[in-house]
Write a protein that binds this ligand. Structure first.
Ligand code: FAD
Ligand code: 2HG
Ligand code: ZN
Length: 483
């Protein structure tokens, strides 16, 4: 049965209210509006309802009821997806399932270095809970105040500290998941070693809600740092950024927690559009790196390590100017220049994002070749590359030419994305590094991961979601009709 008729829909909504309570089922357009549009405003969907279950048992009952009605389910966390992954389709036949009410921290264990947290807790709340127990949850993204643990895991988020601690995937010890048929899989184990068959939890991490709904997780913690040093460097070139990264990795690899690249134009946008930021140099540089070193070791002498590395890099001509923060407030001020890039770029005008990765050694080549290719495609286009150079993950974003019509520029999105993708392919990279495919990039999957790889992905999807109701239309493109 498919909930296509008004009577079917009304019966389904009644049943959902019976499970989640009247306040847990939103249908008033004023209440649902914020759930139906993605963060970038690329998509605006419609939905039968937005359902906000109070706990795992209720969510499981909701999934069973939706499955029986043949209704697609779109899990949603903080709705900060960069790829339209959490937005329902336009036909109004799907249900959005918000995890926001399931936001408890269930347990923090400073001996096991583990945190058990529900999917609807924000990443910031989880970080704070870890810190209160004297530990560090080593995952950091600019959207951490809104992004939720479920969304962070479902997208396998990366971010600013991947270079040291890995992606979200590397921090997951256990998961609790509601499967597509409404069964609850409780895999909330906190074991460091557990070779008992296929590693199910890693299937759901990065699946963007297409295989099941994550309801809780056990995450690995790390010791809190005792020394932290943050520096901003002005650089002559992307090649100098790579040389500086390599130098720092050799000086004290365990302490290099973040290495972020920014272009002169990106910093220029931040200075123009964001209040209360300042460049701590007498003159702007063509390129920049933001570096964080941190260690739980006492008296590790990180300041000396950093100063020596920067002095040697200046002697080699790889660093033009550098400032090291002297306080927590100064560290935060330097980080703001990086964290405000997304907002500043949005305020500058229309932009097309490319979240790409290449081997770290090829990042300068990526920046140069993709810039040249895009400038040849659209005269006046402005390349704004920035991001996690230490992971080979550059956000190769393109800003509209000054004064151009934003809609006309965005109409060329696919041509721009394909142009960047071609360069990335030539450098043995990936067209989707950390934001996921969502709806935006699923069309590119067959070109990049066709053959046996895509076939295996489709088999996994069919095995775990045979009715195709878990976040339909995301990640995997529609299958070609059978011959
Ligand atoms: P949503 O946007 O709500 O959902 C994302 C996807 O996960 C959707 O497909 C959704 O269906 C699915 N999903 C959500 N919850 C669940 C669940 N409980 N179970 C199963 N599936 C679920 N990303 C990075 O990787 N690194 C960054 O540095 C980074 N910086 C960002 C900065 C800004 C300013 C913004 C706006 C975004 C940034 N992002 C970054 C992208 C985004 O924040 C991440 O993808 C984040 O992990 C999404 O979390 P969310 O809770 O908002 O998920
Ligand atoms: C970041 O690293 C995010 O700040 C967002 O991944 C990147 O705006 C973007 O393209
Ligand atoms: Zn990023």
């Amino acid at each position: 049965m498919s909930a296509t008729s008004t009577a079917d829909s009304a019966a389904l909504l009644d049943a959902l209210r019976g499970i989640a309570g009247a306040a847990g089922v939103l249908t008033d357009p004023q209440d649902t509006a914020g759930y139906l549009q993605d963060w970038r405003k690329l998509y605006r969907g419609r939905a039968l309802a937005v359902v906000r279950p109070p706990d795992t048992a209720a969510l499981a009952a909701i999934v069973r009821r939706c499955a029986a009605a043949g209704v697609g389910m779109v899990p949603q966390g903080g709705n900060t997806s960069m790829a339209g992954g959490a937005t329902p389709s336009e036909d109004g036949r799907q249900v959005v399932i918000s995890l926001a009410r399931m936001n408890r921290v269930r347990d923090v264990d400073p001996v096991d270095f583990s945190l058990t947290v529900e999917a609807g807790a924000t990443l910031k709340a989880a970080q704070d809970a870890a810190a209160a127990a004297g530990c560090l949850l080593p995952l950091s993204i600019s959207a951490e105040g809104s992004a939720q643990i479920g969304g962070v895991l479902a997208t396998n988020a990366g971010g600013n500290t991947t270079v040291r601690f890995g992606n979200a995937r590397d921090l997951v010890l256990g998961l609790e998941v509601v499967l597509a048929d409404g069964q609850v899989w409780n895999g909330l184990r906190r074991l460091r070693k557990d070779n008992t068959g296929y590693c199910l939890r890693q299937l759901f991490v990065g699946a963007e809600g297409t295989l099941g709904i994550i309801t809780a997780a056990v995450l690995k913690l790390a010791p809190q740092p005792r020394e932290v040093e943050v520096a901003l460097c002005g650089l002559p070139s992307p090649e100098a950024a790579l040389a500086l990264f390599t130098r720092l990795q050799r000086s004290d690899p365990a302490a290099l927690v973040a290495f972020e690249y920014m272009s002169g134009i990106g910093i220029g946008f931040v200075l123009r559009h964001i209040q209360g930021v300042a460049l701590p140099f007498a003159a702007p540089a063509p390129h920049y790196a933001l570096i964080e070193l941190a260690t739980p070791r006492a008296e590790a002498g990180l300041r000396t390590v950093l100063e020596e590395a920067l002095t040697a890099a200046m002697d080699e001509g790889d660093v033009l100017d550098a400032v090291i923060a002297e306080s927590g407030a100064q560290r935060a001020a330097l980080w703001r220049l990086r964290e405000e890039h997304t907002e500043a770029q949005a305020r500058e005008g229309a932009s097309v994002k490319n979240d790409v990765s290449v081997p770290v050694s090829r990042t300068p080549e990526l920046i140069r070749r993709a810039t040249a290719a895009c400038e040849a495609l659209i005269p006046g286009i402005r390349a704004v590359p920035f991001g996690h150079l230490g992971d080979g993950n550059i956000h190769f974003n393109l800003e509209q030419p000054p004064g151009a019509d934003p809609a006309a520029f965005l109409a060329q999105s696919h041509a721009i994305m394909d142009t960047v993708a071609e360069v990335v392919r030539g450098l043995d990279g990936s067209f989707s590094a950390e934001h996921g495919l969502g709806r935006l990039k699923s069309y590119m999957l067959p070109l990049w991961r066709g053959g046996a790889e895509l076939d295996a992905m489709r088999r996994i999807k069919h095995a775990l979601d045979p009715l195709g109701l878990m976040n339909p239309g995301k990640v995997l493109p529609e299958e070609p009709p059978a011959e």
